[in-house]
Design a protein around this ligand. Structure first.
Ligand code: XMP
Length: 318
């Protein structure tokens, strides 16, 4: 990794030279790429980096708090956490179509980000965690290929903000981004976390997104992920999560009939997410997860495991 330590030093110098005594802004998502881009830029320009984390209310359990404690408390970055849950939920009210959800969330995200950015005076640069595979993907998407999902990557581009773009990770592959993150001292939990879609839990709640459903899904997801971590399976799968379906199914809780929700667990093996195999997680790990979920989340009466690969399915259900 001697080459990457050189890369880090060079990038820091470069960013420092480019930004000078002006300010730069970044939309931090808590994902690997934007996290590494943020720390790298912070090492270059310190408090002149303004980081904004938009909490759209569609995050996993404790996610916003963890981002705040890592970046603000531990690293000392000037971070603003915007609590926009109500805004997003209002916009999503009654919406069931997956692509409409993505569109609404993507647009609202940019609006919130722009509002926050406009509060910063003499901000001239926008930092983005674009990596090499994003560059390739966007080059490809100019071609005539059928679009399956619109993939709004929250953290996406506010186009008419008149900010100059800084993309310090453009030449790097994912594993190199992780190594750079390690060199910069980012915690393992951030560098090796599973991919998480920009629209968040909204595309893992089939049908309308409500506060109640978000709460249920957060609990289920947290139990599943913790079970995978405890059994050593989290790092063996590429991505794992839970999906809350609108299907109600009869169960017994204690000695009473409980008409609860059906949830599905999903875990896949993949390298880039373009194709994926469903993960052959041992039955006892699935059993542990299922028992914990139905014990601890009263609203859920049935748990299934998704055994579909991509193709023909996609990784996310919406
Ligand atoms: P699919 O469901 O298309 O997912 O097989 C492939 C990978 O992309 C993630 N994904 C998204 N990421 N915005 C994102 O930033 C999106 O709208 C979106 N949809 C899917 C998905 O989690 C998986 O890692």
């Amino acid at each position: 990794t001697w080459k990457l330590t050189d890369f880090v030093d060079e990038k820091i110098n470069q960013i420092r030279k480019t930004v000078g005594d002006k300010k730069a802004i970044i939309a931090l998502s808590g994902g690997v790429d934007s996290s590494v881009a943020a720390i790298l830029t912070y090492k270059a320009i310190g408090k002149n980096l303004k980081a904004i984390f938009v909490n759209h209310g569609l995050l996993r359990l404790n996610e916003a708090k963890e981002v705040e404690s890592t970046f603000k408390d531990y690293f000392g970055i000037d971070l603003t956490v915007v609590d926009a849950e109500e805004r997003f939920l209002t916009k999503l009210k009654g919406v069931t179509d997956p692509e409409k959800k993505r569109k609404i969330i993507g647009e609202e995200f940019i609006r919130v980000f722009e509002e926050e950015a406009s509060k910063e005076s003499d901000c001239e640069f926008l930092v983005q965690g674009t990596i090499y595979s994003d560059v390739i993907e966007s080059a490809k998407s100019g071609k005539k290929t059928a679009k399956i999902k619109s993939h709004h990557n929250v953290g996406g581009l506010p186009e008419d903000m008149n900010l100059k773009l800084i993309e310090p990770l453009r030449e790097l592959f994912k594993d190199e981004v992780r190594s750079v993150g390690e060199i910069l001292g980012l915690p393992r939990e951030i560098l090796y976390r599973h991919p998480f879609p920009g629209p968040g839990l909204a595309i893992r709640i089939i049908g309308e997104v409500t506060k109640e459903k978000l709460e249920i899904l957060r609990k289920v997801d947290d139990i599943f992920i913790k079970s995978l971590k405890e059994t050593g399976w989290y790092d063996k799968v590429w991505q794992a999560f839970a999906v809350l379906t609108p299907i109600r199914t009869v169960g017994v809780t204690g000695d009473r009939r409980n008409y609860g929700y059906l949830v599905s667990l999903r875990a896949v093996d993949s390298t880039e997410g373009m194709t994926a195999d469903w993960s052959k997680i041992p039955h006892d790990v699935l059993d542990l997860s299922s028992r914990r979920i139905t014990n601890e989340v009263e609203e859920v009466t049935r748990v299934v495991y998704d055994i579909t690969s991509k193709p023909p399915a996609t990784i996310e259900w919406e």
